[in-house]
Design a protein around this ligand. Structure first.
Ligand SMILES: [Zn+2]
Length: 328
């Protein structure tokens, strides 16, 4: 009888502030064998969220027992330099110093585990399955609620001495600019994140007639998506706001490219659903700044992995974890 050898499996876990996602994949396929998504509900506290993370992980590990060869974890917050402790998360107030790798390791003795912050993990996902595939040096920049990123060399993220490398959201792009959630002023995140786009639009929506207010009903209901929709329909104020956002994204990109000279820059995150409205303007700014010294602008492209990029990244990290062990 012809028997197929048992295939290796990998477990990816994405610990976000709104949802917890889990997926099992086979060796070479680009589909999830099994995927689960549950709500994080930070308001119920850390214990409850941890219980969901561990229970779901354990159930998936039991179903695929003996086949799981590696585990990758994306954490939506700060991770310590040795990548074992999930330190804190800006949108999960009670979360402090959780030894997440050890807790998951207890469920899966001997199986290699790797964890990183979600922006780095998403970058690994881009380098393994997305537009940055095949490039030795890549930069990933994500624009969603916040702004973050990763610097990748041969598909692996640069950590930095405190584990805080590639915090592109907190690059200062306008020293006298608005206050940032980090306490500083004029950070890229304070000028170009989804949250900031909504804030700027709300501040200006009452100054003159505009479609954003019409679409949202009330200023406080305006989101970054409202701004994009209004801009697409030709609204002058919405277009002016996005032009400004594109300008600061361009300044940020010029700085990142000057620092790392990457082969490619991939742009991800929810705000990049409006890449057609933002990227051309941002690229203009990059070209202007880089061409002055004759530098060639690398390709700057919107991600093609729209959903689950951190989960795919966690799977890629699980493969890396397994490879590291099999080599040593
Ligand atoms: Zn900041």
């Amino acid at each position: 009888m012809d028997r197929k050898p048992r295939e290796d499996h990998f477990l990816g876990i994405d610990v976000g502030n709104t949802k917890l996602a889990f997926a099992i994949t086979g060796d070479n396929e680009l589909t999830f064998h099994e995927k689960r998504v549950v709500r994080t509900e930070p308001e119920l506290g850390v214990e409850q969220a941890l219980d969901k993370i561990l229970t779901n992980s354990q159930e998936l590990l039991e179903t695929h027992r003996d086949q799981v060869k590696g585990i990758g974890v994306a954490f939506g917050g700060f991770v310590n330099a040795t990548r074992s402790i999930a330190l804190a998360s800006p949108n999960f107030p009670g979360w402090r110093n959780v030894p997440l790798v050890n807790l998951i390791q207890d469920l899966a003795p001997g199986i290699p585990i790797k964890m990183d912050n979600d922006a780095n993990v998403a970058g690994v996902g881009e380098a393994t399955y997305g537009k940055a595939q095949g490039y030795e040096q890549a930069v990933y920049l994500t624009v969603s609620t916040g702004v973050g990123g990763a610097v990748l060399f041969n598909g692996q993220p640069l950590a930095g001495s405190q584990g805080l490398a590639a915090e592109f959201g907190h690059m200062i792009v306008k020293p006298d600019g608005p206050r940032c959630t980090c306490g500083s002023q004029g950070c890229l995140e304070a000028l170009a994140s989804g949250t900031s786009i909504a804030r700027i639009a709300r501040e200006r929506a009452l100054s003159r007639a505009n479609l954003m207010l019409e679409l949202a009903g009330r200023p406080e209901k305006i989101t970054a998506r409202t701004v994009s929709e209004a801009a697409r329909r030709g609204d002058g104020l919405a277009k002016a706001i996005l032009e400004e956002v594109a300008f600061y994204l361009g300044i940020g990109l010029a700085n990142v490219i000057s620092a790392f000279d990457p082969d490619i820059v991939v742009m991800g995150g929810g705000v990049m659903n409006s890449a057609d409205l933002l990227l051309p303007g941002a690229i203009q700014v990059v070209k202007k700044h880089l061409s002055a010294r004759g530098a060639i602008v690398p390709p700057i492209e919107a991600s093609s992995i729209h959903d689950d990029v951190a989960l795919w990244g966690a799977i890629a990290l699980a493969h890396i974890a397994a490879r590291v062990v099999s080599r040593s």
